[in-house]
Design a protein around this ligand. Structure first.
Ligand code: ZN
Length: 458
């Protein structure tokens, strides 16, 4: 079956990044784009979309599906002083990981996947703590493309933290837990990898270099390389992380990973907000990637320089991490914070920021058939209406998209040529049913958190 989309503008690869062209149509059949041009006949299905721009499907380079819905309105204004992020928020976001709240966790995962797809994300790089089988079955059903698997160790207590005396505090059984969870991840990979015609990729990654013994880091890197998926972890995301790495390794986490031979094109490190110049150089020389989560870190008063890394040759891609799921807003924040980082209103451009969520992200995944609209590429596409009062009229569609649109303007989403959203409505997930359950899950979990003294009503 051939589908033809006739939007007002199509974003295609230009010599120096993505450019928008009017008067083009895009045809796709099965999983691939078969034509991009001015004179394309109607297909079996033809979609006219005046006022809309067709983009390569957006790629979310780092997330934890299930954590976002519960934390919204809860985690934004809390103090993380002296704690790594995951210890500070785990009293609340950790609740659904207790076995008695498994149904609630599943609903939150479904709500999170729905939010990603509905706002134009066609591919996620995900690390989640528990119930990986259930999530992979949900991802399969949802139609999204996913690089997904467990974060090790799953328990924040087993990850360890820096005590007041400068020593690392960690559960006694942490290492045993890690080894068991890694064996489970190998079995998970056997069950799920390459599902639905290769849309599902299973990975396994540490929470950060500080949370795993070196031999397990090396083993995870070996497994992910053999599986053809990135090694993904958190890197230098807070002052606490930097101090913890220094206490454990006598150097930065980046330098420690370099010593282990783990810096390379296969590495996607989330945040990297507090990298030294030497760290940036090591990562750039190795061809590694930083997943930049602009709003998440800004809420913690941590500044991520984004474009200054790119200007030093380090690849940076866009991600949400958690809580805000609208990737268009993350692209906008990355562009704005980038201007602040450089003190320049001219850089980064909207096109630079969009590339970081499309073609650059595809390169980081080693997937050259993603992140671009051209013949032979996968038909992963996002159609965004720009005719709202907030974006109209449109002189430069990429600027209008990045600076004035939101995920709510997404009209249609396709992955591998299959429609997941049509006219703003999710097709593969039952949003009204998920929404009702997510509300009940939120009410129950927040009430329990209040009861246990972990959360105060404002
Ligand atoms: Zn993260």
């Amino acid at each position: 079956m051939v589908t033809v989309v006739r939007p007002e503008w199509v974003v295609i690869p230009g010599e120096r990044g993505p450019i928008a062209r009017s008067g083009l149509a895009v045809a796709f059949e099965d999983r691939s784009i078969i034509a991009v041009g001015e004179r394309i006949p109607n297909g079996d299905v033809t979609i006219d979309a005046p006022g809309a721009v067709l983009l390569p499907g957006l790629i979310n380079g780092h997330t934890h599906l299930g954590t976002s819905p519960l934390g919204r309105g809860v985690i934004e204004d809390v103090s993380y002083e002296g704690l790594p992020f995951y210890m500070a928020v785990s009293p609340i976001t950790g609740l659904p990981y207790e076995p008695e709240f498994r149904e609630e966790l599943r609903v939150l995962m479904a709500a999170d996947v729905a939010a990603n797809i509905r706002s134009g994300t066609t591919c996620v790089v995900n690390q989640n703590a528990v119930d990986a089988d259930w999530l992979l079955s949900l991802l399969t059903e949802s139609g999204i493309r996913a690089y997904s698997g467990p974060i090790l160790p799953s328990s924040p207590k087993a990850r360890g933290t820096l005590g007041p005396d400068g020593r690392i505090v960690r559960e006694a059984e942490a290492e045993e837990t890690l080894r068991r969870e890694l064996a489970d991840a190998v079995a998970l990979h056997e069950r799920w990898d390459q599902g639905v015609q290769g849309r599902i990729h299973v990975l396994v990654g540490p929470a950060s270099a500080e949370t795993c013994p070196d031999d397990l880091l090396l083993e995870m890197a070996r497994l992910n390389a053999a599986w053809g998926v990135p090694l993904t972890l958190h890197l230098a995301q807070s002052e606490h992380d930097v101090a913890q790495a220094q206490a454990m390794f006598g150097t930065s986490s980046t330098a420690h990973l370099a010593d282990l031979g783990l810096l390379g094109p296969n590495l996607i490190a989330a945040h990297g907000s507090l990298l030294s110049d030497d760290d940036v150089r090591l990562l750039a020389e190795a061809g590694a990637t930083i997943a930049h989560c602009a709003t998440r870190k800004a809420r913690e008063a941590v500044f991520s320089p984004f474009i200054s890394y790119i200007e030093r040759g380090l690849r940076v891609i866009i991600a949400n991490d958690a809580f805000n799921t609208d990737l268009i807003q993350e692209i906008r924040s990355a562009a704005m914070f980038g201007k602040l980082a450089l003190g320049s209103s001219a850089r980064p451009s909207a096109a630079d920021a969009l590339a970081a969520a499309t073609s650059e992200a595809a390169a980081a995944l080693g997937a050259p058939d993603l992140g671009r609209i051209e013949v032979g590429a996968r038909a992963d596409l996002t159609l965004v209406d720009l005719s709202s009062p907030f974006a109209w009229p449109v002189f430069d569609p990429i600027a209008s998209l990045v600076y004035y649109a939101t995920g709510a303007d997404v009209r249609s989403v396709w992955v591998d040529g299959a429609p997941l959203v049509h006219d703003g409505r999710l097709l593969t997930l039952d949003w009204p049913a998920i929404a009702a359950k997510a509300r009940a899950a939120g009410d129950r979990l927040w009430a329990v958190a209040v009861e246990r003294g972990r959360l105060r009503r404002r």
